[in-house]
Write a protein that binds this ligand. Structure first.
Ligand code: IPM
Ligand code: MG
Length: 355
């Protein structure tokens, strides 16, 4: 069995963490008698410097003909002054949109070996943390009309937060289908006491819930949700939310599971093609120093083999190797500032721990 993987390493720590995933994937491939054909594609600031655009057509074509896409990270201060439509982030937003990847699945699980990294008190995390954020990824304020004009009080800038019923219905369906296979509980997060788009969100989610009578749905305002996540994270199983709230709450969920350096994500659409990336960014401050945590990328690779390639056993073996490595006490700098190993060493050990 052979799989074509588009590898978009991107900027900052993207290349160094993705290299560790490739190492691990090559190792599982030899153990499980499969093969991966990795092809690099340009994205982000690096692509902009080389080609004048953060998402060259070649990269889009490469992704479309691949079985899955593994992405590192995009962005960095170097491109702060780039025109809006050429910023590295535009490369990422455009590839999500062009591939129709509207469903972003972000599991935030407190790995037992990392319990001491969790900033919450023991009594709060006694029941563990196992949350999956289902974030709408190709609509809302990220993609609404935006602009600037001169008003009576100087420059005005706006970003429109617009959702239609179809966009809400399809992401709600993803969340409910997932909930049916888990603990049958969804918290849908919005700001329906203020925002019109959230009112529509709430009513469409209600409508979808009628087809999933065994799933318990409740709604929560986003400000309260941000508080509840640190007050009692165990009350959440599946969080269904829009693009912007999902971006913010998934970083919060990441921190309460120990470090943003360990959380993976899958971006999916209606087809089998998926894009897999850490939820962290390009971390320019530590880029090139070989101290980043590659675990989010490696766990993204595990999600990729499970979801897009259908290789459950291989996915489990990667996740087990990560758990074993953490149980053995190995830490990168984000997890232990005094006693840490390098990014590449972490990749080596996880790779060796594949059984
Ligand atoms: C994420 C990131 C991106 C987003 C940025 C880099 C555009 O923060 O994947 O969470 O906001 O979606
Ligand atoms: Mg984010």
């Amino acid at each position: 069995m052979s799989f074509e993987i588009a590898v978009l390493k991107g900027d900052g720590i993207g290349p160094e963490v993705t290299d560790q995933s490739l190492k691990v994937l090559l190792n599982v491939a030899s153990k499980y008698g499969i093969s991966f054909d990795f092809t690099d594609g340009l994205i982000g600031g690096f692509a902009y410097d080389k080609t004048g655009t953060p998402l060259p057509q070649e990269t889009i074509d490469l992704c479309k003909k691949s079985d899955a896409v593994l992405l590192g990270a995009v962005g960095g201060p170097k491109w702060d002054k780039a025109p809006n439509d050429k910023r590295p982030e535009m490369g990422l937003l455009s590839i999500r949109k062009m591939l129709g990847l509207y469903a972003n699945i972000r599991p935030a699980i407190l790995i037992p070996a990392l319990k001491t990294e969790c900033p919450l008190k023991d009594e709060i995390i006694n029941n563990g943390i196992n949350i999956t954020v289902v974030r709408e990824l190709t609509g809302g304020i990220y993609f609404g009309e935006k602009g600037r004009e001169i008003g009576a009080n100087g420059i005005e800038a706006y970003d429109i937060n617009k959702y239609n019923e179809m966009e809400i219905r399809r992401i709600a369906n993803v969340a409910f289908a997932l909930a049916s296979k888990r603990n049958k509980k969804i918290v849908s997060i919005d700001k329906a006491n203020v925002l019109e788009s959230s009112k529509l969100w709430r009513s469409v989610v209600e409508e979808v819930s009628k087809s999933f009578s065994d799933v318990k749905l409740c709604h929560m305002y986003v400000d309260n949700a941000a508080m509840q996540l640190v007050k009692n994270p165990a009350q959440f199983d599946i969080i269904l939310t829009d693009n912007m709230f999902g971006d913010i709450l998934s970083d919060e969920a990441a921190q309460i599971t120990g470090s943003i350096g360990i959380l993976p994500s899958a971006s999916l659409g209606d087809g089998t093609l998926g894009l897999y990336e850490p939820i962290h960014g390009s971390a320019p401050d530590i880029a090139g120093k070989n101290v980043a945590n590659p675990i989010a990328s490696i766990l993204s690779a595990a999600m990729m083999v499970r979801i897009s390639l259908g290789l459950e056993e291989v996915a489990k073996s990667i996740e087990n190797a990560v758990n074993i490595t953490l149980e053995q006490g190995y830490r990168t700098q984000d997890l232990d500032n005094e006693n840490y190993i390098s990014c590449s060493k972490m990749g080596d050990i996880i790779s060796q721990n594949i059984v």
